[in-house]
Design a binder for this molecule. Sequence first.
Ligand code: FAM
Length: 442
Amino acid sequence: VKTLTEAVGEVIPKKREELAQLKSSSADKSLGEVKVSNLLGGMRGLKIMLWEGSVLDANTGITFHGKTIPDCEKELPNAKDLGLGGKEMLPESMLWLLLTGNVPSNEEVKQLSAELAAKGKLPSFVEKIIDSFPKTLHPMTQFAAAVGALNHDSAFAAAYTKGIKKTEYWQPTLEDSIDLVAKLPAIAARIYYNVFGKGDGQQKIDTSKDLIGNYAEMIGYGGNEGLTDYLRLYIAIHGDHEGGNVSAHTAHLVGSALSDPYLSYSAALLGLAGPLHGLANQEVLGWALGMQDKVGPNASHEQIKEYLWDTLKSGRVVPGYGHAVLRRPDPRFTALSRFCDDRPELQQSSIVQLVKKVSEVAPGVLKEHGKTANPFPNVDAASGCVLHEYGLSEFRYYTVIFGISRAIGALPQLVMDRALGLPIERPKSMSIAALNKHLGNN
Ligand code: FAM
């Protein structure tokens, strides 16, 4: 059975060849013009980054090496295929797909799970760092700090200091990346224990379990098959959403300075911690529970509409709605809704049902409000209520789960950046005065 490292090694020559061809055939071709509105508008729409794992279409949503989420649900080895209890795709399968462009076999995924389990334990100094944080420090800040500290043992940093050849950079980058994916659950579980007192924070990692089976065990939900399976799906589909979102772009940008994967991903986590990005999932649940408190568990469409208008009139955004690129309901939202429809216990849940009703009412209200370019639900409209229903109710923790996931998308690109020898990022910035001068404005 092939290891992930061997599988990546096999695809790199072809990728290098494709890049060389693109450079020689098309280096001078235009990808569109840059307008002042692009510069002032968060660089929206500018095609300025190479990102191999996934492409986001405004209408059809995300594809991972050309595969939609339903394709992945059909083709990627899942919990049932591996006899793990549950039936959702495994994040390990998604990691393999993102790194290689190929669907792994059941045996390859099983071997990868065992490799991750074997590398999953944290060094004791990292445990001590996490234990020293005040409980009141946001879990995402703790997460980013612990991930950054793992750079102490970075294979890439050590190899670079020794003077490794540029063409070989990708190898220790991949080694660090696999090591980091393996250790994220133990960091996240230790934070959960310290801040919320759930699970035992001990690193009881079983090599016969998958990454999320071990994570669920460490946070005290080992016996909860529904939650464990939900976490598999959630973590698999939150992994990659092309390169321009804040967390993915940050990993790529910081990595372009040849900062190792721990440093690059630590920075990405700090971006994920912002309320317009990853923190939205914690915001949605607080907002939905607030609505439930106000209008009761069986809110009518009319009451929901009123609550939505109250939010908008008070100048706040409706969390979980809108997207910088998507102009349709997010297929990740659809996948999580499908999960809810599949599980009888979630059909009884008042919060899950309320969130579903909101998704029927909010697009109309947001259209009438008239500001949002995309009035449809994004992934975070649904992600938190399921966790809450299964008892994982500490919503200050939710973005940490997103943070376990995003590594599965951001780190493969970092490996590719090194394999393709991409340069340090350095876009040109301009001041208002310089812009006016350039444009001939008085
Ligand atoms: N509720 C109310 N107003 C909204 C809105 C929403 N959900 N989404 C966008 N708008 C407003 C936005 O604030 C802006 O108003 P101003 O002109 O007054 O600044 C206007 O509509 C145009 O914004 P846009 O072009 O539609 O969106 P952006 O591309 O600027 O921003 C989001 C995209 C996601 C940051 C934005 O839609 C938002 O704030 N949504 C709520 C927070 C959220 O759900 N974030 C999660 C994103 C997610 F997919 C993830 O990262 N996990």
